[in-house]
Design a protein around this ligand. Structure first.
Ligand code: TYM
Length: 333
């Protein structure tokens, strides 16, 4: 019997989890749990590339993990853990950093974007973080990485790093593929649909978070920016309407073309009402489960300890192979 493919995907606990994270990523993790060998780290070390609040950080991380579970991740079938609990991520990242030209990191769109937004804190971690992401993936020899569109470039870098390592030292790493869905892979901001919905956006009207009250979610969607044409059609010149169609398509699993048909002759009000209803129907049950899971932090921490043990075991196997391949003295005992 062949082993099932290894799937890995993670989220950085910065800001608040959004509808974009759910539709672009988590939703696609849930259904693979019966088929693949799944790893879902909370990638906490990524969040310290920008200034964070140490007083509240651990609780925010627990919120994120509780949301993974509330969205349908099952910690029995899948390995749910915290990146910083498995130090091998950083060890492998160091080795990969020594094999990644700085130019390649400077070219990353997210690095350019984040260095503009955090101009006073363009630190080395901000630049090298895609290398840590490559380590997250390759440490488990994952081949399937379900992510949103914005991670495509990082996955290409991950493949380049794996390929370079294999060419220099021998075939250690499989080449991972980004699994990017046809709908929902790039949910845009509600009030400014020219930019991505981002969990660290400080303008509340731009984002729907998974913990927003249902009435608030509906209000934000109803106030979202559209255009003056009043025709419901997916079209690059109509980013607001296209975004709403995309959200509805992803939330209800109905194709964009049939939504366009159904809304022919109707106005934006009808579309917004339907999007709001669909999003609330999706998020409300997640919130109920979240409240239940979050009310027992001790169980959550135990679950993470178990995830850490399972992840560490797999990570140790890869690291022995990497160290041996690099000619380091084996660690005995
Ligand atoms: P992050 O934390 O920014 O986002 C988590 C996941 O959500 C997706 N996403 C979106 N999808 C659709 N529309 C949006 N507006 C939207 N915003 C975010 C992202 O594509 C991502 O899949 N570097 C990663 C985290 C990471 C990772 C990994 C992912 C670290 N190590 C290993 C996969 C495998 C990041 O910052 O994602």
């Amino acid at each position: 019997m062949t082993n099932p493919p290894v799937l890995l995907s993670g989220i950085a606990p910065s800001g608040r989890l959004t509808l974009g994270n759910y539709l672009g990523a988590i939703r696609h993790w849930v259904g693979r749990q019966d088929r693949d060998d799944c790893f879902f780290p909370l990638v906490d070390l990524l969040a310290v590339t920008v200034r964070h609040d140490p007083q509240r950080f651990a609780d925010r991380c627990r919120d994120f993990v509780a949301l993974y579970l509330a969205c349908g991740i099952d910690a029995q079938r899948s390995v749910v853990f915290v990146q910083s609990h498995v130090p091998a991520h950083c060890e492998l990242a160091w080795i990969f950093e020594c094999h990644t030209p700085i130019d390649e990191l400077h070219r990353m769109t997210q690095f350019k974007d984040k260095s503009r937004r955090h101009a006073k804190n363009v630190n080395a971690g901000l630049m090298s973080y895609p290398v840590l992401m490559a380590a997250d993936i390759l440490l488990y020899k994952a081949t399937r990485v379900p992510v949103g569109e914005d991670q495509r470039q990082h996955l290409e870098l991950t493949r380049d790093i794996a390929q370079r390592f294999n060419t220099l030292y021998g075939p250690v790493f499989p080449l991972p593929d980004a699994h990017i869905a046809a709908t929902g892979a790039r949910i845009m901001s509600l009030a400014d649909p020219s930019k991505k919905m981002s969990k660290s956006d400080s303008v509340d009207a731009n984002i729907v978070t998974l913990l927003d009250e249902p009435a608030r979610i509906a209000r934000k969607i109803k106030r979202s920016v559209t255009d003056s044409e009043s025709v419901i059609r997916a079209d690059p010149t109509k980013p607001g309407v296209t975004n709403l169609l995309n959200i509805l398509a992803a939330a209800t699993d109905v194709g964009i073309a049939s939504l366009e048909d159904r809304f022919r002759g109707l106005g934006y009000g009808a579309l917004k009402t339907e999007v709001a209803d669909a999003v609330v129907a999706l998020i409300e049950p997640i919130q109920e489960r979240f409240r239940d899971i979050r009310s027992d932090p001790a169980s959550l921490d135990r679950l993470l300890a178990d995830g850490r043990a399972r992840a560490s075991e797999r990570a140790a196997r890869t690291m022995s192979e990497v160290f041996e391949t690099l000619g380091l003295i084996p660690r005995l005992g």
